[in-house]
Write a protein that binds this ligand. Sequence first.
Ligand code: HEM
Length: 292
Amino acid sequence: MAKDVHKVYVFFLIAAGLLSALVIGIHGAGYYSTPLGDRPFHPQYSLLKPTGLLGLGYGIIGSTMITVGVILYSSRKRWRVMAGVGRIKNWLEFHIFLCLLGPMLVVYHTTFKFGGLVAVSFWSMAAVVLSGVIGRYFYVQIPKGIHGNELSSEDLVIENERIGEALRKQAGLDADLLKLIDSTALPSRPVAEMGLMEVVSFFIVNDLTRRSHLKALFEKLERRGVQAQMIARIRVMASRRIMLTRRIAFLQQFKRIFHYWHVVHLPFSIVMFVILSVHVGVAIAFGYTWIF
Ligand code: HEM
């Protein structure tokens, strides 16, 4: 997928997700904010209650989206026949879209009442969504090739050296300035000795403070009379270098964390699907078949 087409694709997913969640929320705001005991007397009760035409529809469409989102991504990842179909990155984005909007619809289906056995499924879903958001952060830190295969640290080192060379030769940065860039990317103690929480807090603090650290570099360049256009180019290269330096240093840690991350994301999905199946089976047995 070309870069521009990919941007439109992501924009469409975000816009569709936000718009749907917003429209449904605004439409039912009056009902959802009514105290539980008064809801049966609300004009939207028969439509929005969990077994109502829309309420049940949200549950069915939401669960279907989650199921499709998981099946499609897992198939693309594991099924040889689908190995060459599109980039895994785009499939993951679609997985995230379906598995964020789907749970949102399920929340509207519950009408914000969370109880009974199916609540276990609901909270498992919440855990999967939350762990997904965290996992996605680690996922993007592990560099991948065009087919989603993990790149080795040598590939990263080569690219990082190329950027260092460009910063030295094209942008005229001396060793001290290059050191300043690199120092913003790395922690003060050896990465191998850092525990999980230390790694996570380093990344959060580093992401939040990177801009102000680099400000010192750009001010130095301005004082040296470097043109604004060149500073803008250096800014792009320096950001890329910091990202790569960090990824090289933390690659093994991230692979380990991501490996353990599956231990949360996958089992909670299984619990969610098992209880969801019981919930759906009971609902069908009681005659709640929606429009079918
Ligand atoms: C109810 C919601 C969700 C369910 C049931 C779910 C389930 C799953 C499952 C079963 C996999 C493993 C696929 C495989 O390895 O075959 C997976 C992968 C993944 N999910 Fe989710 N997910 C949900 C929501 C999310 C969300 C909201 C995000 C991010 C915002 C997310 C991020 C990821 C990532 C990054 C992977 C990739 C793992 C890899 O390829 O190694 N998930 N998900």
